[in-house]
Design a protein around this ligand. Structure first.
Ligand SMILES: [Mg+2]
Ligand SMILES: [Zn+2]
Length: 242
């Protein structure tokens, strides 16, 4: 197998009983929301924390808690900032096609639910608990994320999806993938970053950009490179569903 796949290759087309695992930050949102917040508020120390996490020196829970702990903003300012971040509107075509075809689609984020929900809301979607993906809901987007509660002095974080088998992630994407795959015949992974490196290795078809693409290229694993979700849709969706 190679990273090159033909657009007309039937085996890549999204089918009923496929499970689409899609990352949020940098994949549905154009830039990583945490990084965008750090940059917008010029939180230079938060970059050091980010690098510690990427080097594996601290887990994502410590990373997120320390970074968001630096965000001392009133509620309205947090929401205004979140509302200024750009989204990849190709997500809508993908999500609508998954519903039409009867495939599962779940958003998996090691970021925070409050901004995932708010930003997907801007695209016109409600969200629901990630576990609902096995029921193929037609009116909401199932999502797993860490919990962020917006207060008058910033954002309080908790980790409802910690996995006892993983000491790296707040919301372990690998644990979700391994548990949910029994309900589907194939797992398709779409992601961009460090929090996707582990889980994507267990998927059957991988769309990757940035750090995830570099990692897969270096280790010789097959993947389809993409920059925008429109490019993913080109490969995954037959013309009749587009
Ligand atoms: Mg990401
Ligand atoms: Zn993990």
């Amino acid at each position: 197998m190679s990273g090159e796949r033909s657009r007309t290759d039937r085996t890549t087309l999204l089918a009923r009983n496929d499970l689409v695992f899609i990352d949020f930050d940098g994949t549905i949102s154009v830039t990583d929301t945490g990084i965008a917040v750090i940059d917008a508020l010029e939180l230079d120390e938060a970059w050091e924390i980010e690098h510690q996490w990427r080097r594996g020196e601290i887990d994502s829970m410590e990373c997120l808690t320390r970074q968001w702990g630096m965000v001392d903003l009133a509620r309205g300012a947090v929401y205004r900032m979140i509302d200024s971040f750009e989204l990849d509107e190709g997500f809508n075509e993908l999500a609508e096609a998954a519903i039409q075809i009867g495939a599962g689609l779940v958003v998996v984020s090691d970021g925070l639910d409050f901004y995932v929900d708010r930003m997907l809301g801007r695209l016109g979607w409600e969200t629901c608990p990630g576990e609902e993906v096995i029921k193929r809901p037609r009116r909401c987007i199932p999502r797993f994320a860490n919990h962020g509660r917006v207060t008058d002095h910033g954002v309080e974080i908790s980790f409802p999806h910690r996995s006892p088998d993983c000491d790296q992630c707040g919301n372990c994407k690998t644990a979700h993938l391994q548990r949910l795959r029994a309900h589907f015949s194939r797992v398709i992974y779409i992601g961009d970053g460090h929090s996707d490196l582990c889980a994507a290795r267990f998927a059957d078809l991988v769309f990757a950009k940035d750090a995830l693409a570099e990692d897969f290229a270096q280790s010789g694993r097959p993947f389809v490179n993409f920059e925008t979700l429109a490019e993913v849709n080109e490969v995954l969706l037959a013309p009749r569903t587009r």
